[in-house]
Ligand binder design. Structure first.
Ligand code: EPU
Length: 314
């Protein structure tokens, strides 16, 4: 890993795009070359990013996107990597992480919570509880960030994050800051296509006045359910969307696939729709396991399984 901002004057190749990108950013932003990404995901697999940037403001983020657009360089935004399978040869172009403190603020204003994209869902849920705002309890055990959760319309326990959204603030692919309501964004089950080529920078949520003790009890109940039915080992949450016919986890159990391994990747014994890294797995191991399950579901039950986990990179 090379810290470009620290070393560019000594080592950068004149005219190379990373050098030009570095010149756009202030000293408060970070930019590194050949950044390993596996540890930035909960599955702990995948190769490196050509360049990894942590912009320190919306303006600098917009500047990176404008640069990529002008230079025809691909860009990808990472959340907390909890729903992500990065292929073994990594990601070309620029990978963006919204982890600078500027994207991690939480502010409560009566029944509204304004949150940066980098805020952990656990933090949002905790803040809502402390403020006596109900409706966020289901977020507590989801290991994601606000930005990633909005992109995926993350959900659990019958709730989905867009249920609580008033507006989303994002930078679009043309580097324009936009604010849009759920009606404009049209989120779906585990996805929001309108945000696919955008970078969420924050959102305004609306809570419902509630009793902090009762909110705590609901969170505890959800947490118990999660620990009883889902594995603690590193995973990316559910690998497949539930097909209309059944729960993907139940289907995988019925097909007798729980515990099946491919290299270091294994189908969880606790829940069939969770694939865990049982040690030294590669992205290729997970991809083979996914293909094997999809083929068997189609062959034996006529069911098309669609991945929920985002698969990116080379
Ligand atoms: N089941 C089995 N075997 C299994 C897994 C599940 O028989 O291996 C059965 C359960 O007994 C239950 C039914 O299938 O009767 C549904 O299981 P569960 O309650 O665990 O829900 P799910 O449909 O498998 C969904 C979400 C989860 C979320 C849980 C809890 C999807 C794809 N998954 O799982 O979300 O945490 O409900 O609300 O919608 C995620 O999105 O990454 C995720 C984990």
């Amino acid at each position: 890993m090379t810290s470009l901002l620290q070393t560019q004057r000594k080592t950068a190749v004149p005219g190379a795009w990373p050098e030009r990108l570095a010149a756009l950013l202030s000293g408060r932003s970070a930019l590194r070359l050949n950044e390993p990404l596996a540890k930035k995901t909960t599955l702990r697999v995948g190769g490196s990013a050509d360049a990894y940037a942590e912009p320190a403001s919306e303006d600098e983020l917009a500047g990176v996107l404008a640069f990529c657009e002008a230079e025809n360089i691909p860009w990808t935004v990472l959340g907390r990597g909890s729903n992500l399978l990065i292929r073994d040869r990594g990601i070309r172009g620029v990978v963006l992480g919204l982890v600078h403190e500027i994207f991690c603020s939480v502010r409560v204003e009566s029944a509204n919570i304004d949150c940066g994209a980098g805020v952990k869902l656990k933090t949002l849920a905790g803040c809502a509880r402390q403020s006596g705002l109900a409706g966020f309890e289901f977020l507590e055990g989801i290991p994601g960030s606000v930005g990633g959760a909005l992109r995926m319309n993350a959900g659990a326990m019958g709730g989905a994050i867009f249920d609580r959204v008033e507006s989303v603030r994002y930078v679009d692919a043309l580097s324009r800051v936009q604010v849009a309501t759920p009606t404009q964004l049209q989120p779906a089950y585990r996805g929001c296509a309108a945000l696919a080529r955008a970078v969420v920078v924050g959102a305004r949520f609306a809570g419902m006045p509630g009793d902090p003790k009762q909110i705590r009890e609901t969170m505890d109940r959800f947490s118990r359910k999660r620990w009883q039915s889902q594995p603690a080992a590193p995973s990316a949450g559910c690998i497949f969307k539930n097909p209309p016919e059944t729960s993907a986890g139940r289907l995988i159990e019925e097909l007798g696939l729980k515990g099946m391994r491919q290299g270091g990747a294994m189908i969880s014994l606790e829940h069939g729709n969770f694939f865990v890294n049982a040690g030294n797995a590669t992205a290729r191991d997970f991809l083979s396991l996914i293909e094997m399950v999809r083929e068997k579901a189609l062959r034996e039950r006529g069911i098309h399984l669609e991945t929920e986990v985002q698969i990116i990179g080379e």
